[in-house]
Write a protein that binds this ligand. Structure first.
Ligand SMILES: [Zn+2]
Length: 498
């Protein structure tokens, strides 16, 4: 018996617009319940929706990045269902003429190659509100979320295991964040996943297919992976117990996911599209787009993160871990490219980005790209360390000063370093004096360096160097200090003349 899992994903991504899809209410997480609503998103009779152009543009940007064909003509449909969080009793979505279709997305596979996953369609729709029943004997409805723009992405069933689905979700999150399509904050439910899973079982030369399970509303990568792995296992066992457990005989099924118990729970038979009574929304005009506009959006997308990562690793010797920081968003990656163009050394620059700049950005809760520093400034700081005029430690101080006070009267990195008194002293005389002082102040370390205890003898010069750096207040050139310490120790090792 062989088994082959067949997995597709439906993903909802909340678009990073300021206002809702068909009204001007603000999209805001955790606002006072029912405070971001108006007659349109409350579904009052007689109101008229108006499409948010920014949402449409973000959706097209995503569709192009997913290599989809963009429809020149598309319309809005009403998907009928009755639920308290949907006051109109229908959701505005796109049915037979979605804004995009027939794309693909490449995902890194376990062996390092890229696997191409087909995209059936990506379309726009509005989100529902929220029913709140936790700890209550009744249900409360918050409609702040009603009307929030969602991009629904539907893949082909091209994924072959839980890990591949996991990788797809991670890479998709990176793409939409990088392109500013969505903040894709999982805790706030801005990215939700619904895997479709079944298994082709070949037994005695006959292929059986288990019923397709759709697992609803997963909101973490971890639960996507766990739910798919669980379903594959459950379906194979169910089929082994009863060979009538097949897609032909049972159909499609909806499941929920219990995150605490890590099991799927049967909800109901899956609806077919005719259950929703789709029909064109008479209140909204169809959307037509021009080729020139699509080309413009395409140009603005530029190099995609995965391609850029390959280039950064190849040309600048970055590791995947470096890329996580430097390719976190487009502004940061652009800053890096800009600093390289301004003459920074790639190795030093990478180190400073992942170290100093990342540290400062994290402390401010933003990305490096959002710090607002010019590429030439970033390049100058890297150059200053590269040419030895400041130490790596002093670079952190200078960077902090740049962020806190900004360059005073247009001063450059070198001038700031001079003002802070951290320009490295490469004068041998001055450095020699600091070495003498350090030796005089630390006789035990000197004795250790010259002694027979190998471990201590090895550690002592490093300690002495640290002391010299301290005495010089970070101004000494560590390389020169190391040389002078060695020279001094050599002198002391030499037998004293009588
Ligand atoms: Zn509204």
């Amino acid at each position: 018996m062989t088994i082959r899992p067949i997995i597709g994903l439906e993903i909802h991504v909340q678009l990073a617009t300021r206002s809702k899809l068909f009204c001007s209410c603000a999209v805001e997480f955790a606002a006072e319940p029912n405070s971001r609503v108006c007659p349109v998103c409350l579904g009052m009779p007689g109101t008229l929706p108006v499409m948010n152009r920014a949402a449409y543009e973000l959706a097209v940007r995503a569709a192009l990045a997913l290599n989809c064909r963009i429809a020149r003509f598309t319309k809005w449909d009403r998907k009928s269902y009755y639920y308290p969080d949907m006051p109109k009793n229908y959701q505005i979505s796109q049915y037979d003429l979605p804004l995009s279709s027939e794309g693909y997305f490449e995902v890194p596979a376990a062996d390092g190659s890229l696997k191409r996953i087909g995209i059936i369609r990506a379309h726009l729709e509005e989100d529902a509100g929220k029913n709140l029943h936790e700890g209550l004997a009744y249900t409360r409805v918050d409609l702040n979320r009603a009307g929030t723009p969602l991009l629904e992405i539907v893949t082909k069933p091209d994924l072959s295991d839980a890990d591949e689905a996991y990788a797809f979700c991670v890479e998709l999150q990176r793409l939409v964040q990088y392109l500013g399509i969505s903040e894709a904050n999982m805790q706030q439910g801005q990215m939700r996943f619904e895997p479709n899973v079944n298994v082709a079982i070949t037994d005695g030369g006959v292929e059986y297919r288990t019923p397709i399970s759709e697992v609803k509303n997963l909101n973490s990568f971890r639960s996507v992976r766990a739910a798919i792995a669980y379903e594959i296992d459950r379906q194979v066992k169910a089929w082994q117990a009863d060979h009538n457990y097949t897609l032909d005989k049972v159909g499609k099924l909806n499941f929920g996911w219990d995150d605490a118990r890590e099991v799927t729970e049967f909800q109901r038979g899956k609806e077919e599209s005719h259950d929703y009574r789709y029909f064109p929304d008479p209140d909204l005009v169809p959307v037509t787009v021009e080729d020139a506009w699509i080309e413009q959006v395409q140009r603005e997308i530029g190099e995609l993160p995965l391609t850029r990562q390959a280039r950064f690793m190849r040309d600048f010797g970055m590791t995947a871990k470096d890329c996580e920081v430097i390719l976190a968003d487009r502004a940061t990656a652009d800053l890096y490219d800009g600093a390289i163009a301004a003459g920074a050394d790639a190795k030093v620059l990478t180190k400073q980005m992942v170290g100093v700049w990342n540290h400062l950005a994290s402390a401010r809760g933003v990305s490096i790209g959002a710090l607002g520093i010019a590429p030439v400034t970033v390049a100058d700081l890297a150059k200053a360390v590269q040419d030895g005029s400041i130490s790596a430690t002093a670079a952190a101080q200078v960077a902090e000063e740049i962020l806190n006070r900004g360059p005073v009267a247009g001063e450059g990195v070198q001038a700031i370093a001079a003002r802070l008194g951290v320009v490295q002293e490469r004068d041998e005389g001055a450095t020699q004096k600091w070495v003498e002082d350090a030796f005089a102040a630390n006789p035990q370390a000197v004795a250790d360096a010259l002694g027979t205890n190998e471990r201590k003898a090895k550690a002592a010069p490093g300690f002495l160097r640290g002391q010299v750096m301290k005495i010089s207040q970070g101004k000494a050139d560590p390389k020169l200090v190391g040389e002078l310490i060695e020279r001094k120790l050599d002198e002391l090792r030499r037998p004293k003349s009588p």
